[in-house]
Structures are given as structure tokens and as C-alpha cells.
Design a protein around this ligand. Structure first.
Ligand code: GLN
Ligand code: ZN
Length: 758
């Protein structure tokens, strides 16, 4: 086989639709409003438009099979016959697929977790003793055929066998899924020959797992697998794509195999030592130089000089994105409201603009710089404008941070803090509280939409929100909770709410990005120095506090979480940006304290999420992440209680950092990990108060009083009563008022029951 080298491509592209057409079609299908054939035609139209946009822009190799009705890992499980047995009774393929993705009344869905260090979530395939791998290539063959019929230079994309197995989880006592590698590789061989027969010149196998430390032998396994696949005679050209970091030892390992092309992420991976690997002289290196997961315009001049240094050491060079543009919005052209000023717009590139950047760079390599002189001039102008924009550098903020960091951000002794807080708060043992949000009722959603459409003014909107707050306070008083919250009705999203009020952030109109399945988020763009022009929460919280004699918590999002769920500037270290956000949050805590608020919760659910993929980089991250939290929370007096909330993850790797946060109270998701987290915290030397979530809010199920009381008794084996709090495991905004009322009633009763025994 001799695959013609390509010169310009992307690793993958978004699929939800520029106007979230696929989301609407799928949700309509689930609700029975959209027929199957309507759904299929929306999907086919999106694929067709995506491919023609990519090819039309000038890519000479176009990824296909990156479309998905839900998730690419789930698609791979289907491809390899590895759906769980519990959905096998469903005879229809699509029903089976969605049952595995979302569950039904009878069957639980697959677990969902973060795709590497991105904010995309994949479904975790389950590999058990009953799993019998068999090939089901219908989807990829059909999409290839569609694309070829459209005249597209199609390159089917598949998740590679190592990434698939290493991200899967063993069930029913099975060993690690990777032990089944030798059963899976023959299916990939068979698939490659089918794809060749169907007319694919190239195939892309994604192996992002090679940039992590998940498996010590991964590089050697990659060499073995790709030697096997590369030795087939009847196959397309093989492109192994690594992304999200430096492939390290896997790069020379792949270079020693017969595969024709290897992709490297030159953005997250830094300078891959391409010149040091002689075997790359015989390969097509697919250079991921255009950032596929952040929104900044490429500096064409700088990119060209990096590419030029690679040219001499590789056989052929193709220009690409660093990873799939699944992680950025579709196009800047959709930002039409006028909120985006010309300067800021000139610094940005979303999915469509990134494709054009790839094409420009490839053209410059082929025809010389002069062929793209206009594009270079425009890029240089954008670079200069960004560098000189006053919004990017606020001396006063930087000086304040330096001073505060120099004087130290440690609070007083933790035990003494507890004493002075107890004296102020007069709480019973095992105090009950919640994580912050209460149900987002139809009335709240209606008020938000009415404000957006101009049907009501800000004053009327605020009046309606205050009505909601009053109801939530009254409900909590009726239920007998000890520490109340205002319920967060005024917040569309826990990050966006703050981003909209802070300087240095821009909130897009249509910058939607798939988070999982049909769920999309609109991360704000953090482009400049962050500062807080005015208090952000004080009015709402003091209003809530005015309605009750019980303490109401101030409720803030922490610096690491704001950072993790935004597109972040790339012109300074993340740590510097984190400290700036921390300073703004600190100013807010000081204002809340001054307004008489005695407890302030600073949420950090994303603490684990930003943890670097390579162990060698993790300590440095944890150090600044903890530093930022402490900067944010050390401005208040020792008698003001700082709480934090953590969720969405296995905390094992960051447990030491959780202790280091030194929050007075840590409310932590634990309902699903059965209190193991308490033992882990003890081992890490944690000695502050803790509220392990006593029930799972992700399920509509109402936990019984006995069940909660039992889990409290279990917690008391690990934590003394004077340090134990009682709370659900996360915010309540996705639940109904009835579910929340019933669950919290049982939670308060369980706390009373256990209090009586101690
Ligand atoms: N305070 C937020 C809420 O209750 C926390 C959300 C979260 O943990 N993601 O909704
Ligand atoms: Zn949570």
C-alpha cells in the first residue's frame, strides 16, 4: 500500500451542530417529538455540511466517523461488540445505544467521566468475563461511503485499541481490560482491511492515552500493536494520533513501527524531540500546531518558524490541529451581538477559523511565505494588538497579589478557628446544610428567558428572584436545617455568573461546546487581567440573611474551578491567572464578612480536573491551586467560617491538597464511594470538619431516614462527632422541589436520630 501523504487536516471536529441542531433532534427523539428518520436526516445533513466545509476550506484529508449520536468511546464499544449485557435485550440498535448512554427505567447507564484533562465526558465501557469482542463496523463503513460519495478525501477516525482498553473499566471480577489486547487487535486488523476495501486511503487511530502515565508499559504495547497492524498488507495508510501532551517514549516507539503517519500535539506537548528520532525521517509527521482546545488565534509567524525546524527531520510534514476541535465553539461568525469588540475578535479563532489557519500554514510550507503575506500581516497585527492592549496588564492588581503573597495567606490555627466559630454560630452537633443550589424551577427559567427577550426589566427580574429566595429560605426553616443557603436562583451557571461580572472575561453568545451527550456548555473567555469592579453576591446573600435568624452561607465559586471551566489566556502561566481570580474572590469574601455573613462557601469541584496528565507536573499544579484557594479565603477573620465543596471525581490523587486547602468545613461527594473518602482524608492528616455527602443527588430516588442514619453512623467511625457535618453530595438544582423536600426531611430526621445517640 502507498498512501499519498496529505498536507493539511484537523484531528476531528465538533458534531453537535453550529446551532446545536443535533442536540435538539436527539432530545426531540427521546421525548417522542422527532421521528427516527428526522433524526437521521438532521445527522446526515450535519455530517455533509461539516465535510464540505472542511474540504471546501482546503483540507486535503478530512476526518470522518467523528460524528456521534452521543460519544466516541461508546461508539467504539459498539464497534467492538462491548456493550454491557444489561442492554442486550433491547432489539433496536439505537435504543440499545441510548440505553447504554443514559439508562432506562430498568437499566443503569455506563458511568461517565472526564476525557483526559478536558471538560468533555465520555462513557466508560465495561469489560467483564462475559464480554466477547466482535466487530460491528456498520457505522464507520457507512460514514466512509457517504463521504466518498460526496467526493470528500475521507480519513476514518477510530479510537485506538490501547486508549479504548485503558479507559475502559473491569467489571464482574474481570482483570484489567488491557489484558484483553490480543483479542481486540485482530478486530482492528479486520477493520483495516474492510476500510481499505471500501476505498479509505488513510485511517486515523487516536491514542491520547500515550501522553499519560496511566500504564507504565504503554509505549512498548504501542510498538507491538502498531507493528502488528502496520505489517498488514491489505490496509489504508495508518495515522496514529497522539494529543493532549508529550508522547514521551511512545514517540520513538511508534516511529519504529511500519505506520506511515504519527500525530504530535505541539501545543500541549511542547517541543516533541522530533529531530532526535531518526526513524521519523521516513514518516509523515502530522504537526498539531494550531491549538484545538483553546480559542486563541495562531501566531502564524511563530508557527511557521516552528514548522520550519521540523521540516529537515521528517519525511513529510502535514499541518493539523493539536487535537480535535470538538473542544472549541464552531465559528466566530456566530458571535454577532456586537458585544465582542474588534480587538478581542481579532485575537480569537474558533473551529472554522482554525481550519483556515491550518490551510494557510500548509500553503506557506508548500509555496513559501509570500503566498500568505496578507495572512501573516493580519496575524502580526493581532499579535501586536493583543500584546499592547491595556486590559491585559493591570499593574495595581499584580502589585496587590505580590504584597498579599509576600505577607502570607495562612489563616490562624485551625482548632482555635473552630472554637471562635462555634462561639459565634451556636450550631448543634452534626449540623445540617446543603451545597448551595435549590431546584431551578420553571418560574426561574421563565424569568431568565423573559429578561433575555426584553419582556421584563432587571428590576422585575430581581423581584422574582427574591421571591424564589424567600421560598427557599422558608422551606429550609420548615425542614429544620441548621445552616441555610439562598438557593442560587440568580445564577445561570456557577462560573458564567461570576465571569459576567468580572473584568477580564468575555461571555460568548453562541460559543457552545459539547460537554457530554446532548449537554453543551458555553465557557467564558478569560482574556485579560481579572478584577472585580463591584460586589457580585452581597446583595442576594444579605437579602436571604435578612429573612432568617439562622446563618445563611455566602456562596462563591473558587479560582481553580473558574479557571477550569473557562477558555484561559495563554500568554502567562495558569498560576498567575488563578491568583488574579483568587484576589477577586477574596475581595468578595471580605465584603460578605463586612455585611455580617458568618459562613462563606468557596466551591472547588474542578480541583481534580486540572491535574496534569503527567505525574512529574502534578506537584507544581497542586501547589498553585492550593495557593490560589488560600489567597481567596484568607482575607476573613478566624471567626468567619470557610467551607468548600468538592465533587465529580475520585479524590485519591489530590487528597493531600484537599487537606492543604485548610477550609474549616469540607463538604465532599461521598455517597457513591461509600465513605472511603473519610479514611483517605484521615490518612492525609486532615483534621478540620467534613461533610461527606450522605445521599446521591444525581438520582431522583429519595433516600430513607434509616439509610442516611446508617451512613452517618458509618462516618462517625472515621470522624468524631464535633467535626462531622450532614449534607447531600452536591447541589440540588437538577432535582424537583418534591424530591428535595422529601430527601432533606429524611436527612434532617436522620441527623436528629444520630445526634440523640451521641
Ligand atoms: N454551589 C453549587 C451548587 O450547589 C455547587 C455546584 C457543583 O458542585 N458543581 O449548585
Ligand atoms: Zn458538587
Amino acid at each position: 500500500m502507498t498512501a499519498q501523504p496529505f498536507t493539511a487536516t484537523v484531528t476531528g471536529s465538533p458534531r453537535i451542530g453550529p446551532r446545536r441542531e443535533l442536540k435538539r433532534a436527539i432530545e426531540g427523539f427521546w421525548a417522542g417529538r422527532t421521528s427516527r428518520s428526522e433524526l437521521e436526516s438532521v445527522a446526515a445533513a450535519l455530517r455533509r455540511d461539516t465535510w464540505s466545509d472542511l474540504a471546501g476550506a482546503g483540507l486535503d484529508s478530512v476526518p470522518v466517523n467523528t460524528f456521534s449520536y452521543y460519544d466516541q468511546m461508546l461508539d467504539t464499544a459498539v464497534l467492538l461488540g462491548a456493550l454491557p449485557a444489561r442492554v442486550a435485550h433491547l432489539s433496536d440498535e439505537l435504543d440499545r445505544y441510548f440505553a447504554a448512554a443514559r439508562g432506562t427505567d430498568e437499566v443503569a447507564p455506563l458511568e461517565m467521566t472526564k476525557w483526559f484533562d478536558t471538560n468533555y465526558h465520555y462513557l466508560v465501557p465495561e469489560i467483564g468475563p462475559g464480554t466477547q469482542f466482535t466487530l460491528h463496523p456498520g457505522k464507520v463503513l457507512a460514514e466512509l461511503k457517504e463521504a466518498l460519495a460526496q467526493g470528500i478525501p475521507a480519513r476514518p477516525v477510530l479510537i485506538g485499541p490501547l486508549t479504548f482498553l485503558l479507559l475502559s473499566k473491569p467489571v464482574d471480577g474481570a482483570g484489567a481490560p488491557i489484558e484483553r489486547l490480543d483479542e481486540v487487535v485482530p478486530l482492528y486488523s479486520e477493520l483495516l482491511s474492510l476500510l481499505a476495501g471500501a476505498g479509505a486511503a488513510w485511517v486515523q487511530l487516536d491514542e491520547p492515552v500515550l501522553v499519560t502515565d496511566m500504564h507504565a508499559g504503554a509505549a512498548a504495547l504501542a510498538e507491538r500493536v502498531y507493528t502488528t497492524l502496520g505489517s498488514l498488507t491489505d490496509r489504508p495508510g495508518i495515522h496514529v494520533a497522539t494529543y493532549f501532551g508529550d508522547p514521551g517514549a511512545a514517540l520513538p516507539a511508534l516511529a519504529r513501527t511500519p505506520v506511515e503517519a504519527i500525530g504530535v500535539d505541539l501545543v500541549a506537548g511542547g517541543g516533541a524531540p522530533v529531530a532526535a528520532i531518526p526513524e521519523l525521517a521516513g514518516k509523515l509527521v502530522v504537526a498539531g500546531i494550531v491549538d484545538g482546545r483553546n480559542v486563541w488565534r495562531t501566531d502564524v509567524e511563530a508557527a511557521l518558524s516552528r514548522l520550519a525546524t521540523l521540516l529537515g527531520s521528517v519525511g513529510n510534514l502535514a499541518v493539523s490541529t493539536s487535537c480535535s476541535t470538538l473542544h472549541v465553539p464552531y465559528s466566530l461568525a456566530l458571535e454577532t451581538s456586537g458585544a465582542l469588540d474588534d480587538n478581542l475578535r481579532s485575537w480569537l479563532a474558533f473551529g472554522a477559523e482554525k481550519v483556515r489557519e491550518v490551510v494557510v500554514l500548509a500553503r506557506a510550507l508548500r509555496e513559501g511565505r509570500d503566498a500568505v503575506a496578507d495572512e501573516i500581516a493580519a496575524s502580526n497585527a493581532a499579535v501586536a494588538s493583543r500584546r499592547s492592549d491595556p486590559r491585559l496588564h493591570n499593574e495595581q492588581i499584580r502589585a496587590r497579589i505580590d504584597t498579599l503573597m509576600a505577607s502570607g495567606t495562612k489563616r490562624g490555627n485551625a482548632a482555635e478557628r473552630r472554637e471562635s466559630q462555634n462561639a459565634r454560630l451556636h450550631l448543634p452537633p452534626l449540623p445540617t446544610t446543603t451545597i448551595g443550589s435549590f431546584p431551578q424551577t420553571p418560574a426561574i427559567r421563565k424569568a431568565r428567558a423573559a429578561l433575555r427577550n426584553g419582556e421584563i426589566d432587571r428590576e422585575e427580574y430581581e423581584r422574582r428572584m427574591k421571591t424564589e429566595i424567600a421560598e427557599v429560605i422558608a422551606l429550609q426553616e420548615r425542614l429544620g436545617l441548621d445552616v441555610l443557603v439562598h438557593g442560587e436562583p440568580e445564577r445561570n451557571d456557577m462560573v458564567q455568573y461570576f465571569a459576567e461580572q468580572l473584568d477580564g472575561f468575555f461571555a460568548t453568545d453562541n460559543g457552545w461546546v459539547q460537554s457530554y451527550g446532548t449537554r453543551c456548555v458555553r465557557p467564558p473567555i478569560l482574556y485579560g487581567d481579572v478584577s472585580r469592579p463591584h460586589p457580585m453576591t452581597v446583595e442576594w446573600i444579605t437579602y436571604a440573611q435578612s429573612l432568617t435568624g439562622k446563618p445563611v452561607k455566602g456562596m462563591l465559586t473558587g479560582p481553580v474551578t473558574i479557571l477550569a471551566w473557562s477558555f484561559v489566556r495563554d500568554d502567562q502561566p495558569l498560576a498567575d491567572t488563578a491568583y488574579q481570580i483568587a484576589l477577586a474572590i477574596r475581595d468578595e469574601t471580605v465584603d460578605l464578612e463586612r455585611a455580617g455573613i458568618a459562613i462563606i462557601q468557596v466551591d472547588e469541584p474542578a480541583l481534580r480536573e486540572l491535574l496534569p496528565l503527567r505525574r512529574a507536573e502534578q506537584d507544581a499544579y497542586l501547589q498553585w491551586a492550593v495557593g490560589a484557594f488560600r489567597l481567596a479565603t484568607s482575607g476573613v477573620s478566624d471567626s468567619t467560617q470557610i467551607q468548600t465543596h468538592l465533587c465529580y471525581s475520585e479524590f485519591g490523587e489530590v487528597i493531600g491538597a484537599i487537606a492543604e486547602l485548610d477550609a474549616d468545613v469540607t463538604l465532599i461527594e461521598a455517597a457513591r464511594s461509600h465513605m472511603e473518602v473519610l479514611d483517605d482524608l484521615n490518612q492525609a492528616g486532615f483534621s478540620n470538619s467534613v461533610g461527606p455527602g450522605v445521599y446521591d443527588i444525581h438520582s431522583p430516588r429519595v433516600p430513607s431516614t434509616d439509610e442516611i442514619a446508617n451512613s452517618l453512623r458509618a462516618a462517625l467511625r472515621a470522624v468524631p462527632a464535633e467535626r462531622l457535618w450532614v449534607n447531600p453530595d452536591c447541589g440540588l438544582k437538577t432535582r424537583t422541589v418534591d424530591e428535595v423536600t422529601a430527601s432533606l426531611r429524611n436527612m434532617v430526621a436522620a441527623a436528629a436520630q444520630v445526634r440523640a445517640d451521641i
